[in-house]
Design a protein around this ligand. Structure first.
Ligand SMILES: Nc1ncnc2c1ncn2[C@@H]1O[C@H](COP(=O)(O)OP(=O)(O)O)[C@@H](O)[C@H]1O
Ligand SMILES: O=C(O)C1=C[C@@H](OP(=O)(O)O)[C@@H](O)[C@H](O)C1
Ligand SMILES: [Mg+2]
Length: 174
């Protein structure tokens, strides 16, 4: 039996899930949903506030609940947050409910793309490069476990990556 007509973007912070997702969703005539933005909307607070008040554990609970709810729909392209793959149940949801695309890049490139904004609590540290490096080591096997497609984004323009994702998803029978 084929999977529902959904696309999930996974990958580390700064891979471009939110940016590429918005463009690829248009190309594929899917409804674009950003999991982090949706959490913020439901909670009425931004992610740094949720991490401050509820801790990372509180954020992960909200993330899992909302992922399960949104993935029950069809016809969506969902940009997940970089840590959504940590929870084994989330990984099952992703694998069973659509085509999963892993956007990857080097830690150095991820740092360049994330250094300018303070919206990612895990990177508000003295040495964000070592955090990105460690998270990639821990999470890369998890991204690969759920991925139907892997797309390299290193030194590629968002528009180019989005076109690539669009073409691959169209060709791929998930
Ligand atoms: N392929 C790319 N090349 C250059 N900059 C990018 C690329 N993809 C995303 N960006 C930029 O990097 C930053 C983080 O992108 P974002 O889409 O928020 O990543 P994610 O959702 O995976 O954390 C944004 O400023 C975005 O414009
Ligand atoms: O990697 C992570 O654990 C996180 C990634 C963020 O999303 P992006 O990957 O869209 O930056 C956001 O969910 C939160 O700050 C935690
Ligand atoms: Mg994002």
């Amino acid at each position: 039996m084929s999977k529902p007509n959904n696309v999930f973007l996974v990958g580390p912070m700064g891979a471009g899930k939110t940016t590429i997702g918005r463009i690829a969703a248009k190309n594929l005539s899917l409804k674009f949903v950003d999991l982090d933005a949706e959490i913020e909307k439901r909670c009425g607070a931004d992610i740094p506030w949720i991490f401050d008040v509820e801790g990372e554990a509180g954020f992960r609970k909200r993330e899992s609940l909302l992922l399960a709810e949104l993935a029950a729909d069809e016809g969506i392209l969902l940009a997940t947050g970089g840590g959504a793959v940590i929870d084994p149940q989330n990984r099952e949801v992703l694998k069973s409910r659509g085509c999963v695309v892993y956007l990857c890049a080097s830690a150095k490139q991820l740092l360049e793309r994330t250094a300018h904004d303070r919206s990612r609590p895990l990177l508000q540290v003295d040495d964000p490069l070592s955090v990105l490096t460690r998270l990639m080591k821990e999470r890369d096997p998890l991204y690969r476990e759920v991925a139907d497609l892997i797309v390299e984004t290193e030194r590629k323009k968002p528009q180019f990556v989005a076109e690539w994702v669009t073409r691959e998803v169209r060709q791929h029978r998930c």
